[in-house]
Design a binder for this molecule. Structure first.
Ligand code: IMP
Ligand code: MG
Length: 178
């Protein structure tokens, strides 16, 4: 088995784009009680850079989420039994690494809508992989649209590896016998 890493989005591109997102979020949420709800583990690096580009007061909460994908079945979302943070009356902006099918963010948004008394719920992702119309909810802030390839780095993993790459790369895995 061999793996190939091909750089897709550079450190400079990520930094420049996050500066724009931070300015936009600061403007849109000015005067509102903002809570950034960070999805672990993938959203951690993106969050760390993004919050330093936000110039308005914010609160921060973390939530561990994993989506188990079988070969056929996909998108069963597990919230790891962690209680939802108290976001009563607050404007929640969920921070995650990738919008792929949208199942994770849609499920979490629905859960927050029914179980928290949040004032409003929006999402912010570094990458959007595809536009899947089966999930009605949309994402308010997107760093980059990318092709439907498997990516790692900048917080995103393959088998818990590669999260430390400072840029986003496409990971190709080839199986051959020699
Ligand atoms: P969704 O629920 O289909 O939108 O999947 C989103 C989640 O799947 C992300 O938060 C990631 O954790 C994971 N994911 C989707 N695509 C990739 C990828 O290319 N690399 C690493 N993780 C991914
Ligand atoms: Mg994730």
């Amino acid at each position: 088995m061999s793996t190939t890493l091909t750089p897709l989005i550079s450190e400079t591109q990520i930094r420049d784009r996050i500066a724009v997102l931070g300015r936009q979020i600061s403007k849109d949420y000015l005067g509102k009680d903002l809570t950034l709800l960070v999805l672990l583990k993938g959203g951690a690096i993106f969050f760390a850079d993004l919050i330093r580009q936000i110039t308005i007061p914010t609160q921060v909460e973390f939530l561990s989420v994993s989506s188990y994908r079988g070969k056929q079945e996909r998108g069963r979302i597990q919230f790891q039994d962690a209680p939802l943070p108290n976001v009563s009356g607050r404007h929640v902006l969920i921070i995650d690494d990738i919008w792929d099918s949208g199942a994770t963010l849609s499920a979490l948004t629905k859960k927050l809508l029914s179980e928290s008394s949040a004032m409003a719920i929006q999402s912010c992702v570094l990458l959007r992989k595809r536009v899947d119309t089966s999930h009605v909810l949309s994402v308010a802030y997107i760093g980059f649209d990318i092709p439907p390839l498997f990516v790692v780095g900048y917080g995103m993993d393959y088998g818990e590896g590669y999260r430390n790459l400072p840029y986003v790369a496409v990971l190709q895995i080839s199986h051959h016998s020699d």
